[in-house]
Design a protein around this ligand. Structure first.
Ligand SMILES: Cc1cc2nc3c(=O)[nH]c(=O)nc-3n(C[C@H](O)[C@H](O)[C@H](O)COP(=O)(O)OP(=O)(O)OC[C@H]3O[C@@H](n4cnc5c(N)ncnc54)[C@H](O)[C@@H]3O)c2cc1C
Length: 486
């Protein structure tokens, strides 16, 4: 019997788990995937939005601005890559100027600081690669970039350090309440708890509608991206937006927190919420839009394309709190589309307090401080590298040549609480496989290290859980099968 079951190990579920781990109670986070950050939290723009986009008075506006203000300190505490680079929203006509003025006014009402409308000359001085046709821009110096999956991982590590259990490959199929207890049915069995919190992203509406007489609708809205090699400098130092459309914040070009250039996203409503394919149509749309910001757009240094799926609520606002029309002690943070990454710390802060208060959970007697993410070898000075190798010789073996990731870092990523179990799990924790060759060289060695650490066969190792096995069988098996056919 748990006190709280959180469904969904994205940035919202993990931030909430971390907050609730500061109270006495037995808490578990369940996810259908094999790792944290398998949904929108791993595939987004990674922008900590300043907060001028959302309509004043909405939950989006409130949690965006509150979350953005929390981010710098949180990222520092957890050791997550974060850079307050600022953002420009470009305007190319007098009509755009009116939209920018509206965004400026909204931002002011929402409480965004330092916003300014700037003119052509200042844009070109700040960002010389901008299309000279830009006439004005909204400048938001408080906008930042963060590594979204590392933030989610770091939140989960801290929650686990303070006793939260993570249960993966555990899709919730049914929820019901009986005698003041919530029951959650999964293929791993039925789990029971005093309270549940639905943070299931694109899967959240199905769960909400099982327990509430006030149904919600969440539309999966896919966004596709190009990611460029960070060895080629991003042409812009800030995040470059265009004026938003009714489908979202529009296409941006931005340096990521790791210095790659990111181009995207598109916005397309899709039927299958887990279809993260990229398409010619989506990528052409991105490229076409990017030309307006960066006429000399160059995608020769592209190393990969990817897509993420937004959980777009038809009500157009976040749905946060006790579940309306459901029995007591059911809570949710759903319809968390953009700016959900930014808002997550603030959502967790307030929803966590609400849940703890309802259950009358006392504050934990002892809360362990987070162990920050490792200082990456690639960012160390020569002296730091020498010292690291002396302390642990595994630092002396480079596994991923593109991103300069060592065996020590890969073993640490697997051994941590909520450790990596797959090739992608190692990739998100260490960047091994994130570079120019996209894992072409390092995947076999990463696989060997996973086998050594997890004491399993290479045949068990997957790219990202489920059926994504990397090896089809042994040569012996194949020879036997061939003999059988003779
Ligand atoms: C293209 C794109 C760009 C974006 N850009 C930004 C940005 O720049 N800045 C920003 O602030 N926000 C951005 N966002 C929004 C942000 O990514 C999301 O708001 C945030 O990641 C949502 O987190 P979450 O935890 O609610 O959902 P998710 O990360 O999707 O997590 C939900 C989890 O629930 C699990 N799950 C689902 N159903 C079940 C079930 N039945 N049983 C068990 N587990 C289940 C899933 O496996 C998943 O891990 C963007 C989103 C997208 C898609």
């Amino acid at each position: 019997m748990y006190d709280i079951l959180i469904i969904g190990a994205g940035v919202v579920g993990c931030a909430l788990a971390r907050k609730l781990s500061q109270y006495e109670g037995k808490i578990a986070v369940l996810d259908r995937a094999e790792d944290v950050a398998d949904g929108a939290s791993k595939a987004n723009s990674g922008i900590v939005h300043a907060g001028f986009d959302a309509k004043p008075g909405t939950k989006k506006a409130y949690y965006n601005v509150k979350g953005a203000k929390m981010y710098g300190a949180l990222a520092k505490q957890l050791g997550v890559p974060y850079d307050p680079i600022g953002a420009l929203v470009l305007g190319f006509s007098e009509e755009d100027r009116l939209t920018l003025q509206k965004l400026y006014d909204q931002g002011k009402v929402n409480g965004v600081e330092q916003l300014r409308i700037i003119e052509h000359d200042e844009i070109m001085a700040l960002e010389p690669n901008t299309n000279p046709a830009a006439v004005c821009a909204l400048y938001a110096p408080t906008s930042a970039v963060v590594s979204p999956y590392e933030m989610t991982l770091a939140l989960s590590y801290h929650a686990a350090q303070n006793g939260v259990e993570f249960i993966f490959d555990c899709p919730v199929e049914k929820i019901y309440e009986e005698n003041d207890t919530w029951h959650v049915e999964t293929p791993k069995g039925t789990l029971s708890a005093r309270a549940i919190v639905n943070c299931a992203g694109v899967g959240a509406a199905a769960l909400h509608n099982m327990i509430s007489d006030q149904p919600v609708e969440i539309v999966p809205r896919r966004g596709e991206y190009y990611l460029l090699d960070h060895t080629v400098k991003c042409p812009f130092g800030r995040t470059m937006f265009q004026v938003p459309s009714k489908m979202g914040k529009g296409v941006l070009i931005s340096p990521t927190a790791h210095g790659n250039a990111l181009l995207g996203p598109s916005a397309e409503d899709i039927d299958d919420a887990y279809d993260t394919a990229t398409t010619r149509k989506g990528l052409d749309f991105v490229l076409d839009k990017c030309r307006l910001t960066w006429p000399k757009v160059n995608i020769r240094p592209v190393i990969t394309t990817f897509s993420g799926v937004r959980a777009h609520p038809t009500s157009d606002d976040f749905i946060i709190g006790a579940v309306h029309g459901a029995p007591d002690n059911a809570f949710e943070a759903i319809g968390i589309e953009s700016p959900g990454l930014t808002a997550a710390p603030a959502i967790a802060e307030e929803l966590g307090e609400m849940v703890a208060e309802h259950l009358k959970l006392p504050a934990a007697r002892m809360v362990k401080a987070p162990v920050p993410l490792l200082h990456p070898f690639f960012a160390m000075t020569e002296e730091e590298r020498a010292a690291a190798c002396k302390k642990n010789p595994d630092y002396g073996r480079i596994v991923c040549r593109c991103e300069v990731v060592t065996e020590a870092e890969i073993r640490d990523a697997i051994r941590r609480p909520v450790g990596a179990k797959s090739i992608d799990g190692v990739k998100r924790r260490t960047r091994a496989g994130m570079g120019r060759c996209q894992g072409g060289f390092c995947s076999p060695r990463v696989m060997e290290i996973l086998c050594e650490e997890l004491k399993c066969s290479p045949l068990d190792i997957t790219k990202c859980g489920g059926e994504s096995k990397l090896l089809a069988g042994t040569l012996d098996d194949i020879a036997k099968e061939a003999r059988g056919h003779e």
